[in-house]
Design a protein. Structure first.
Length: 183
C-alpha cells in the first residue's frame, strides 16, 4: 500500500488502521461492525413462547400505560444545574478540585492525561445518571452540544461554586457584624 500524502502540520491524519491527532497521538481505528452471532448449537434452548402478558393485545383492547420514567437522581442531596435543556444533578466543586484540574491543564502533559483528569473531575461532581445523560448528548449528532461543551460544563460548575463561596462569605461577614453590634 502506498504511503498517504503528507498532511500539513496541525491537521488530523487518518488511514484504514489509525488516526493521528495534530499533537502526534496515534489512535487505532476500530471496526464498528459487530461480529455475527454464533449459530445455535444442538444444546441451545428453544425460543421462549410468549406468555399472555407479552402477547399482542387484541384489536380494540386498551393498552397499558408505560411506567413513567423516574430520574434516579431525584433525591440528590446536592445542587441541580440547568444545562442546555437538561437538569443535571451536580455537586459543586471545592476550590482545591478546581485548582487540581487547572494544574493538570497547565502541566503540558498528554491529551490522554488531561482527558483522564477531566473525566475524574466530572464523575466526582455529577451524579451517575446525569453524567450518562451528558455523555449521551455529546455523542448524539442531534444532541445540541457543540465543540467545547465539556469546558463549558466545567466552567458552569466552577462559576456556581464561586457564587456559593461568595454568598457564604457575605453571610459569615454579616453574622460577625451582627454579633459585634450586639455585644
Amino acid at each position: 500500500m502506498a504511503a498517504p500524502p503528507p498532511q500539513p502540520a496541525g491537521q488530523w491524519q487518518a488511514d484504514e488502521s489509525q488516526v493521528v491527532s495534530p499533537a502526534g497521538q496515534t489512535f487505532e481505528v476500530i471496526d464498528p461492525t459487530p461480529e455475527p452471532a454464533p449459530e445455535p448449537g444442538p444444546t441451545a434452548a428453544p425460543p421462549e413462547q410468549p406468555t399472555p402478558a407479552t402477547e399482542a393485545a387484541e384489536p380494540g383492547a386498551e393498552a397499558e400505560p408505560e411506567p413513567e420514567w423516574v430520574d434516579p437522581d431525584s433525591d440528590w442531596p446536592h445542587q441541580w444545574l440547568d444545562f442546555h435543556g437538561d437538569r443535571l444533578a451536580v455537586r459543586l466543586p471545592q476550590a482545591a478540585q478546581i485548582l487540581g484540574l487547572q494544574y493538570a491543564v497547565k502541566t503540558g502533559r498528554s491529551e490522554e492525561y488531561l482527558l483522564e483528569r477531566m473525566n475524574k473531575f466530572l464523575t466526582n461532581q455529577i451524579a451517575p445518571a446525569s453524567y450518562e445523560r451528558f455523555l449521551d448528548r455529546m455523542q448524539d449528532p442531534d444532541g445540541g452540544y457543540g465543540a467545547g461543551i465539556t469546558w463549558e460544563l466545567i466552567n458552569e460548575l466552577s462559576k456556581l461554586s464561586s457564587e456559593q463561596v461568595q454568598a457564604e462569605t457575605v453571610a459569615a461577614a454579616e453574622a460577625v457584624t451582627t454579633q459585634a453590634g450586639g455585644a
